[in-house]
Design a protein around this ligand. Structure first.
Ligand SMILES: N[C@@H](CCC(=O)N[C@@H](CS)C(=O)NCC(=O)O)C(=O)O
Length: 229
């Protein structure tokens, strides 16, 4: 049984990254198809997956189409009960699910001001009060998960879970905009940066060029952590 995953981009599309991680990180079988998010062909490319309008899109082996990352996650959990997408402990699972849902529906100031970007880092970005408030809430959630359920593992609930999938693009935003966070949050961001899946996704994304650059900032650039200067 193979899932068909449709994504739009690797460097900028945070929801595509989530869709991919929820398959890749749990060893689920999938094939990836790229649609034209930045080439004006996306709606035509998705036409056979109606009612899909955005990426990611998932088609299951049974041919069911999921048009939203949250719906994809729920379906993957239901179809892969032993894959460990959520923590097995009910209290941990309740918090993980809540954190996934809060990410999916919130943090608009951070998302609007700091579009995900995995090519290089911006130098001198100033976070607004609203962005700082989103970061404070995210740190509160990360601390709670790590303190209650993190154990010795690097991830929010010890082992990698859907909560990490949904916050991976936040870690990329903290990196790309050099956002002010605590040392505990920085350690969690570093775990994502060291993740072989994130490295592979980013390397694939770097093969593509953009003209115009989708989300320009009037700022200087500096290297992504680990890249040669
Ligand atoms: N709620 C959707 C959001 C998906 C989304 O907004 N994807 C962006 C790319 S990251 C997109 O397809 N944008 C194109 C558009 O809105 O026309 C989900 O969770 O999957």
């Amino acid at each position: 049984m193979t899932y068909e995953l449709y994504i739009g981009d690797r460097t900028f599309s945070s929801w595509s990254l989530r869709g991919w991680l929820m398959l890749e990180k749990f060893g689920l079988p999938y094939r990836t198809t790229m649609v034209g998010l930045y080439s004006d062909t996306m709606q035509a490319d998705l036409a056979h997956l109606a009612p899909a309008r955005t990426v990611p899109v998932l088609r299951t082996a049974a041919g069911h189409v999921l048009t939203d990352s949250f719906a994809m996650a729920e379906t993957l959990v239901e179809e892969n009960l032993d894959a460990g997408l959520y923590p097995s402990d009910p209290a941990a699972r309740a918090l993980a699910r809540s954190m996934v849902a809060e990410m999916h529906s919130g943090f608009h100031a951070l998302r609007d001001a700091c579009p995900m970007m995995m090519a290089f880092c911006w130098d001198g970005f100033t976070a607004s009060q609203a962005v700082r408030a989103d970061l404070a809430r995210i740190e509160e959630l990360w601390d709670l998960a790590r303190t209650r359920h993190g154990g010795d593992g690097p991830w929010l609930f010890g082992d990698y879970s859907l909560a990490d999938v949904f916050y991976a693009p936040v870690a990329m935003r903290i990196t790309a905009y050099d956002l002010p966070v605590s040392s505990a949050a920085s350690a969690y961001v570093a775990a994502h940066l060291d993740d072989p899946a994130i490295k592979a996704w980013r390397a694939e994304g770097l093969k593509r060029s953009y003209d115009p650059w989708p989300y320009p900032q009037n700022l200087a650039q500096k290297p992504w952590p680990g890249d040669a200067r």
